[in-house]
Design a protein around this ligand. Structure first.
Ligand code: 0GY
Length: 293
């Protein structure tokens, strides 16, 4: 199947970042797509991306100076985690994964995912990406993954936070929220919606935030000036529970093709101090994804 016509491919030639990433930096949110001939996309998918396999990802990380990474299962692969596991197995133990599973997942499958480096599962609430999953299914999955010490990654739109808040507060495992909770950046950091989000993450020690996707949240476009204050305030308010990632290969981008080098440089604006960078890029993701080191 050809790529969706309204979907832009990833940047063919990203710039070299001006910011030299510190040794041991984690890209804690990226994906692998296919290649489709080897790892077909799921029949229930809502979009068909361009192929973006593990070799391309490894190449990008080398170019950017990223050493470690967390590959997140994207909805176009459904609960078929084979492309993810294949990439993890090829990473020589440097990469971790976030899988998608259904409540009927077996212990053998979970064992295999864990051995490959999976450390969590993703619950997706974004209506354009997935059909709704009953809350009971999510709770069953939490029971299954808890013995492995895994966490959950949640993806939702800002408007859905109110209905989800108690569910997230009650989670008996660590919760990592994707893309700053997807705020409406035209409203400002002191708008009641983002204040609700800030309060939630400040008051709940088991909730972490990905300071990711300025390219997705922006209305103004590059260099994402309108997103800076959102990332910066979260880094300031919960410095020990934030992680960063590229979101390569940027599925469903329609406005522009993000330059991954520039996305690295964006870090300097949301985490301007060395201490903040050390926490965001190294110490926090290491604690979550490789606590023995
Ligand atoms: C992201 C964001 C998107 C897609 C997915 O799983 C996915 O398909 O997460 C999106 O379209 O906003 O994190 O890659």
């Amino acid at each position: 199947m050809p790529p969706s016509p309204d979907y832009l491919p990833f940047h063919p030639n990203p710039s070299k970042p001006e910011f030299t990433l510190p040794t041991g930096t984690w890209d804690a949110h990226c994906h692998v797509f296919g290649p489709e001939v080897e790892f077909p996309f799921a029949s229930e998918r809502k979009y068909t991306p361009v192929d973006a396999g593990k070799d391309k990802l490894f190449e990008l990380h080398k170019h950017l100076g990223v050493e470690r990474s967390v590959i997140v299962q994207a909805t176009c692969h459904g609960a078929d985690n084979r492309a993810l596991v294949d990439a993890l197995n090829a990473s020589n133990g440097r990469y971790r994964g976030i899988a998608t599973v259904r409540p009927d997942v077996t212990k053998e499958q979970l064992d295999e995912l864990d051995a490959a480096g999976v450390r969590g599962v993703r619950f997706n609430f974004v209506k354009r990406l997935v059909d709704a999953t009953p809350r009971e299914d999510f709770l069953q999955i939490v029971d299954l993954i808890k013995p492995y010490g895994w966490h959950i990654v949640v993806y939702f739109e800002a408007a859905d936070l109110e209905g989800l808040e108690q569910f997230l507060i009650d989670m008996p495992v660590t919760v990592v929220i994707d893309h700053l909770g997807r705020p409406d950046v035209t409203k400002g950091i002191d708008h009641p919606d983002f204040l609700r989000f800030r309060k939630l993450v400040k008051e709940n020690e088991h909730i972490w935030v990905k300071v990711t996707c300025p390219e997705r949240l922006t209305v103004a476009g590059p260099p994402y000036e309108d997103v800076v204050e959102f990332g910066k305030i979260i880094v300031e308010e919960i410095p020990d529970r934030v992680i960063w990632g590229t979101d390569w290969p940027h599925p469903n981008m329609k406005s522009h093709v993000p330059d991954d080098g520039k996305l690295v440089d964006h870090i300097l604006r949301v985490a301007p101090t060395k201490k903040q960078q050390q926490a965001l890029l190294i110490d926090n993701p290491t604690r979550l994804y490789d606590p023995e080191n």
